[in-house]
Design a protein around this ligand. Structure first.
Ligand SMILES: [Zn+2]
Length: 346
């Protein structure tokens, strides 16, 4: 991942940084102070508590995704909370649709579990149970909040969790391309359906229609964005990586003396020296000031497509990839080159 500006790291969980965007922190402070100015410190405390709880539940939802992914030994780059919710960046290997299904389901499952527990604590309030229930209070608001969070995320609209669940099921039956295409179309239809509901609300003079319409438009723009990424990925899969790497003619083994390696690197004009260790090319020596820096290398096969190289870069901070053919290093594919190709592709 590229460095994330305007974020604050809260903590690390299962090796993954959990971050919050500054705009969310600012929103919580403004909402609390605003409530305080209008209604006194009790109101500020109440508002602050509810905002904190809401984003606490969003965080628990994301932690559901994170821990399920880690349980399935799938790396997670980061968890980010921002004003529109949360995002867990999972580095899902291609074809792992069962894992995608489980990871996507885990988030809403957390909210539904909290909703059930809160319902157990507070019961069904009056008005919802025909006058016999408990008074509306803290626990009822808690379970309603989590029920809404879980249910919203289960809408079968890509890229919501429900859309990912739908995509993984369709991809298992139809293959990745057809499954994803169908899930994207169904998501767009779903977003339009929510837009239709908003129109129905407007016709019945329900002011809630404004919220529904905003949600529908946001979801629709998200599905368009996902469709754009999918089609770009399709095109990048047809571009071979082969013409782009900078050729590497000189490599060393791990017994090389560092002064010799430094001289070699200075004269050969390569950006690095690949280092062989037990028949594997897992590390490289890079110039670093006057000396050398040794770091792990990620490898891409010379026969693969720009899409696979882009997938490696999107999930890491690697400056480049070692291109190998028949087990031998043949070139260095710099991040900027692939970024330029992807950019030109639109
Ligand atoms: Zn989720």
């Amino acid at each position: 991942m590229k460095p994330r500006p305007f974020t604050l790291q809260l903590f690390t969980l299962a090796g993954t940084p959990v971050r919050v965007h500054w705009s969310l922190a600012a929103l919580l402070i403004v909402a609390t102070l605003g409530a305080g100015a209008l209604g006194g410190w009790r109101e500020a405390l109440r508002q602050g508590l509810w905002w904190g709880l809401l984003f606490g539940f969003v965080l628990l939802h994301e932690i559901g995704h994170l821990l399920t992914a880690r349980l399935l030994q799938i790396p997670v780059t980061s968890v980010l909370l921002w004003p529109l919710g949360g995002f867990t960046a999972v580095r899902l290997p291609p074809g792992r649709f069962g894992a995608e299904f489980a990871i996507a389901l885990a988030g809403p499952a957390v909210n539904l579990l909290i909703a059930l527990s809160a319902m157990g604590m507070g019961g069904i309030p009056q008005g919802m149970s025909g006058g016999q229930g408990a008074p509306w209070g803290f626990w009822s608001t808690l379970w309603l909040l989590n029920l809404l969070l879980g249910a919203f995320n289960l809408l079968p609209v890509f890229p919501l969790d429900g859309g990912r669940i739908l995509r993984s099921i369709l991809a298992m039956g139809l293959g990745e391309d057809r499954g994803t295409r169908l899930a994207l179309r169904m998501g767009q239809a779903g977003a339009m359906g929510i837009g239709g509901l908003a129109v129905w609300q407007f016709m019945h003079r329900d002011p809630g229609g404004l919220v529904t319409m905003t949600v529908a438009m946001w979801l629709f723009s998200q599905t368009l964005q996902e469709a754009r990424l999918f089609h770009r990925q399709e095109r990048l899969r047809r571009i071979p990586v082969a013409p782009y790497p900078q050729p590497l003619r000189i490599a060393v083994n791990d017994r090389v003396a560092l002064p010799a390696a430094r001289r070699l690197l200075a004269h050969c004009g390569q950006p690095l020296l690949p280092v062989e260790s037990a028949g594997q090319w897992t590390e490289g020596l890079f110039p670093d000031g006057g000396g050398l820096r040794r770091r792990a290398l990620q490898i891409v096969d010379g026969e693969s497509s720009v899409a696979s190289a882009w997938a490696c870069f999107a999930q890491s901070e690697e400056p480049g990839l070692l291109v190998v053919r028949n087990g031998r290093p043949i070139g260095w594919l710099a991040r900027e080159q692939v970024e330029a190709l992807v950019q030109n592709d639109g």
